[in-house]
Design a protein around this ligand. Structure first.
Ligand code: SF4
Length: 115
């Protein structure tokens, strides 16, 4: 079960990637992400948002992926609240919640809980 505290914690975990350029994140994720070399995302429509991805699928698919944080950071930056499918070991419903906390932290990097 993912709750509000979990979303805040996940967003805080991404603070250390704030200064990493987007092209670097993209290179790392496409090079080391499990779904880019261990199996073919295009053969799994639920991963691209054509079907509704669930938490179980996200956890199962991304288990053991060494770049979960980088993947999530990249997806939050590039897709934001319009994100769909499975990325960063989260289903899109959870990622949209994380995006809110993440956006707040990026606009208020000192505390993350500001106005
Ligand atoms: S975290 Fe999941 S979606 Fe992202 S690269 Fe790894 S396996 Fe793919």
């Amino acid at each position: 079960m993912v709750n509000r505290d979990d979303y805040e914690e996940i967003a805080a975990r991404l603070d250390r990637y704030a200064a990493v350029p987007e092209d670097v994140l993209a290179e790392v994720v496409t090079r080391d992400g499990l779904c880019f070399w261990a199996f073919d995302r295009s053969e799994m429509p639920e991963l691209s948002g054509e079907d509704t991805p669930d938490r179980e699928l996200a956890a199962r698919m991304c288990a053991g992926c060494p770049v979960q944080n980088e993947c999530l950071e990249l997806e939050l930056r590039t897709a934001g609240e319009n994100t769909v499918g499975v990325w960063g070991a989260l289903a899109d419903t959870d990622r949209r919640e994380v995006h809110r906390a993440w956006r707040t932290r990026r606009h208020n990097p000192e505390g993350g809980d500001g106005p």
